[in-house]
Design a protein around this ligand. Structure first.
Ligand code: HEC
Ligand code: HEC
Ligand code: HEC
Ligand code: HEC
Ligand code: HEC
Length: 386
């Protein structure tokens, strides 16, 4: 029997109906230690009368969500090794997450040993007894962000894995336009919603000297946390709740600002389009800079790690090495590395336009302006806004 407390709601839910009702399953439960990831049984104890409407609805929504998708790369990546390295397990398995926060009785901190594969973001990730006691989550920047209730869960896993400080450290005080073969692309990781939401205060981005950055996007009451907008089980954005304040065909068309940020002068489009256009401009500018200033062309391929490849002859196709594979880009300068990092941070969060449009626009503008200088381009003449 497991009792699971819904940290943020008034309900105490016993999920025993979900678990271990047949003798065989009960035995299995007992023989495995508490760390065992929660796995949906093939054939269930799911008698409708035992389940209760609320659990029923939660399970139905969750089962179709990315959190439950046990076929996805985010949960399958470690299949060949058979276990998930502790540092990765915190976000890629409910069991790793519980161990990290000490919710399974272990000491808080990285799991002491690898976590078995096969777990997903299961019910007890967010409904673990003790989650409410987690009062702060430390971001890759070192900032300890105070959290309440289930926010502790979302922020732990959607904070990314790098911060602007990692970029700063890598480029140290190298001359901005000198190629340094030691530099490697720094990846902020994926779906970093919490990191972008916390903006300049969370310090996920590379912050250019002398510039000020917007902090956490407070939005407007009652929009306060992740689950103000996302269904906690299905994860979809509850768009009906937006229409008290916004007009337009869904969030991608929402816009509050009266000015155009991408130089196009179109204030009828959603703010998402301004951000997307400036991100495209930044990538083109980064490519021009790499070819003209760093001296070696660069291509981006989002399907293939480490994403940036060499195009020395400028034919728009990645050069291939002796092994027939694309050559990783290795002609970074401090200026191109910080621009690439900010570009990836902004584009790796498909919801950044709602999570923190201010921060997104600032990071993009500053990176474009920084690259424009050695290219001899006049940022002011482009009509962009920061
Ligand atoms: C702070 C939480 C966190 C940590 C730590 C973390 N990840 Fe992730 N990772 C995520 C999230 C969130 C995603 C988004 C999943 C998605 O949409 O594919 C992700 C996605 C991935 C993906 C899928 C990428 C894709 O293209 O679909 C891989 C592979 C991955 N992570 C590998 C790792 C490895 C290896 C480690 C440990 C060295 C690690 N992660 C540590 C949160 C984390
Ligand atoms: C990513 C985090 C997360 C996961 C995973 C999760 N829940 Fe929830 N659940 C929540 C949050 C947050 C609430 C509170 C919603 C509220 O009060 O509006 C909640 C509420 C509930 C409720 C109360 C009724 C309701 O919908 O508000 C039930 C029952 C429930 N969850 C069951 C489950 C079950 C069963 C699973 C696994 C199939 C599960 N939850 C997985 C976050 C999660
Ligand atoms: C234990 C880590 C973990 C926790 C806790 C967690 N997530 Fe996730 N989340 C992930 C991973 C990993 C993925 C990607 C899963 C995949 O690719 O199938 C993901 C995917 C998502 C997605 C993308 C859905 C899609 O269709 O691609 C949303 C939205 C999301 N999470 C929101 C939340 C919210 C809101 C919370 C808190 C209530 C939360 N997550 C808590 C790890 C976590
Ligand atoms: C103001 C409402 C709002 C808030 C608050 C919010 N989100 Fe989002 N989120 C969105 C929208 C809108 C999208 C993009 C949907 C789209 O365009 O497909 C999104 C997208 C995402 C995605 C990517 C989903 C995908 O399909 O790849 C993740 C992950 C995510 N949000 C997690 C979070 C987390 C974690 C938090 C809290 C730190 C949070 N969100 C807070 C509205 C919100
Ligand atoms: C209570 C009113 C209110 C609700 C409800 C609300 N918003 Fe907002 N939203 C605002 C305000 C006010 C701003 C401008 C805040 C700022 O820039 O400081 C804003 C800004 C935005 C922006 C950026 C627009 C721009 O031009 O910069 C997006 C995108 C957005 N909201 C999405 C959403 C989504 C998605 C939902 C529903 C899940 C939602 N909002 C619910 C009031 C609301």
């Amino acid at each position: 029997m497991r009792r699971i407390i819904v940290a943020t709601s008034r309900l105490l839910i016993t999920l025993s109906a979900l678990l271990a009702t047949t003798p065989a399953m009960a035995q299995q439960e007992q023989s495995q230690e508490a760390l065992t990831p929660y796995i949906l049984p093939d054939a269930g104890p799911f008698l409708p009368r035992d389940l209760g409407d609320e659990n029923n609805a939660a399970i139905a929504a969750w089962i179709g969500s990315a959190h439950a998708d046990n076929a996805s790369e985010a949960f399958r990546h470690w299949d060949d090794e058979g276990e998930i390295a502790p540092a990765c397990s915190v976000c890629h398995s409910g069991a790793g997450f519980r161990s990290f926060h000490g919710l399974d009785g272990s000491a808080p901190g990285l799991p002491q040993s690898p976590i078995p594969t096969g777990g997903v973001v299961d019910c007890a990730t967010c409904h673990a007894n003790g989650l409410a006691e987690v009062k702060a989550v430390t971001l890759p920047s070192g900032v300890a962000h105070p959290v309440q209730g289930v926010e502790a869960a979302c922020v732990t896993c959607h904070q990314g894995r790098s911060a602007g400080a990692d970029v700063e450290k890598a480029i140290a005080d190298g001359a901005p336009d000198t190629v340094n073969a030691e530099l490697r692309f720094i990846n902020p990781h994926y779906k970093t919603a919490a990191a972008t939401w916390l903006g300049g205060y969370g310090k996920a981005g590379y912050h250019y000297e002398g510039k000020a950055y917007s902090g956490r996007f407070f939005h407007a009451r009652p929009v306060a946390t992740c689950v103000s907008c996302h269904d906690p089980h299905g994860l979809e954005v509850k768009t009906e709740s937006c229409t008290t304040c916004h007009e337009g065909e869904g969030p991608r068309a929402f816009r509050i600002r009266k000015q155009s940020y991408d130089g196009a002068g179109n204030t009828a489009q959603g703010i998402r389009t301004d951000i997307a256009n400036n991100a495209e401009l930044l990538l083109r500018t980064l490519q021009d800079y790499s070819a003209e200033v760093a001296g070696v062309g660069l291509l981006y391929d989002g399907h293939s790690y480490p994403y940036f490849f060499t195009d020395a002859n400028g034919d728009g196709v990645a050069d291939t090495g002796d092994n027939g594979r694309p050559v990783n880009y290795a002609s970074w300068t401090p200026r191109s590395l910080r621009a690439a990092y900010n570009w990836k941070l902004v584009t790796a969060d498909p919801g950044i336009y709602a999570h923190n449009p201010h921060y997104a626009l600032e990071l993009l503008y500053d990176a474009i302006e920084d690259l424009n200088a050695p290219l001899g381009r006049d940022t002011a003449a482009m009509g962009l806004l920061r």
